[in-house]
Design a protein around this ligand. Structure first.
Ligand SMILES: Nc1nc2c(ncn2[C@@H]2O[C@H](COP(=O)(O)OP(=O)(O)O)[C@@H](O)[C@H]2O)c(=O)[nH]1
Ligand SMILES: Nc1ncnc2c1ncn2[C@@H]1O[C@H](COP(=O)(O)OP(=O)(O)O)[C@@H](O)[C@H]1O
Length: 197
């Protein structure tokens, strides 16, 4: 079979998995759910974003994020290397385009964990993508999780909670809404949506 220009075997569109986008307010549990899911299903390919945010203790370049300078982010944007990017709570975040398209072409289930603005941009450029919104069981529980994580200063938490109000109001734009009461249940539901289970 002929190789594509990216050097992978083409997968017919009808069996190609859809790109899945997971969004939801900061602190709702997106990273926790995705980590749980990938422990048992490492075949789910999670895009690693570039960000200008500083690493938290324990975060490693190339694992949670590619941590880049403002200049480097400017270049990634100018060179068209990002599928989408957005500013969130004072930092920029973007999805490297090439890796995502290569994995989709290879027929792998691909997951993006990105904010509401990014989800809207993906919907515009790739209407076949499925958009999943992760919601907290309640506002108070979201505040408890975000505060309890202990990774952000109080003023950063305030910015993220302000963004959370906007994100929660946009829930209806998504194809599916999952409430993160149980990490195991949500991980299973997400795997089913991605046709991995
Ligand atoms: N648009 C966009 N948002 C991203 C990207 N990567 C991460 N985000 C989102 O940026 C927000 C902040 O991420 P982060 O600083 O890691 O905080 P956390 O998600 O609360 O742990 C979250 O909503 C992420 O989903 C990206 O490549 N593009
Ligand atoms: N279902 C859950 N029940 C209770 N705590 C949770 C649940 N899911 C996540 N958490 C906790 O909430 C905090 C925020 O989770 P995290 O995955 O960092 O959120 P996000 O990636 O959406 O910002 C973490 O301390 C995590 O352990």
């Amino acid at each position: 079979m002929a190789a594509t220009s990216r050097g992978t075997t083409p997968v017919p569109p009808d069996v190609r998995p859809r790109l899945t986008v997971l969004s939801g307010p900061s602190g709702v549990g997106k990273s926790t759910v995705v980590a749980h899911m990938r422990k048992e299903h490492p075949e789910v390919w999670l895009s690693v974003s570039a960000t200008t945010r500083k690493p938290r203790p324990g975060e490693k370049h190339g694992v949670q994020y590619f941590f880049v300078s403002d200049d480097e982010m400017d270049k990634l944007i100018a060179n068209g290397e990002l599928l989408e990017w957005a500013e969130f709570a004072g930092n920029r975040y973007g999805t490297p385009r090439r890796a995502v398209l290569d994995r989709l072409d290879a027929g792998e289930p691909v997951l993006l964990e990105i904010d509401l603005q990014g989800a809207r941009l993906v919907r515009e450029s790739m209407p076949e993508a499925q958009l999943v919104f992760l919601a907290p069981p309640s506002w108070d529980e979201l505040v408890r999780r975000l505060t309890g994580r202990g990774t952000e200063a109080p003023e950063v938490i305030e910015r993220r909670l302000a963004a959370a109000k906007v994100e929660l109001a946009a829930e209806a734009e998504f194809d599916t809404m999952l409430v993160n009461t149980s990490v195991e249940d949500v991980a299973r539901e997400l795997l089913a949506l991605m046709k991995v289970l």
